[in-house]
Write a protein that binds this ligand. Structure first.
Ligand code: ZN
Length: 98
């Protein structure tokens, strides 16, 4: 979940991680352009700590009550899949702990 790609539309390199149905998408936080999509399944073998929220829209911070699941990715993947299965956009936010 690194943010290394610049948006082809506006050039900003601030991206948000989104799950939409079976896809993992990077979305520009400024203009909402969907940048890269890979399979959600490619993400499953990960212990990366993250929080999943119902997506509030590009550049917006999800509120705590929008939380879907939080924990190691492989443990919350099922909950994320279930929440995303009806087309709801799910925002993934890394929980970085030192
Ligand atoms: Zn953009």
């Amino acid at each position: 979940m690194t943010n290394m790609l610049a948006c082809p539309s506006c050039g900003l390199d601030k991206t948000e991680s989104i799950v939409h149905r079976g896809s993992y998408i990077l979305r520009c936080a400024a203009c909402g352009e969907m940048i890269v999509a890979t399979s959600f399944m490619a993400m499953l073998d990960s212990d990366h700590q993250c929080s999943a929220f119902i997506d509030p829209g590009p550049g917006k911070r999800p509120s705590p009550e929008m939380l879907v699941a939080r924990g190691p990715f492989r443990q919350i993947a099922t909950a994320i899949s279930a929440a995303a299965s009806d087309g709801t956009l799910i925002r993934l936010i890394s929980d970085v702990r030192d």
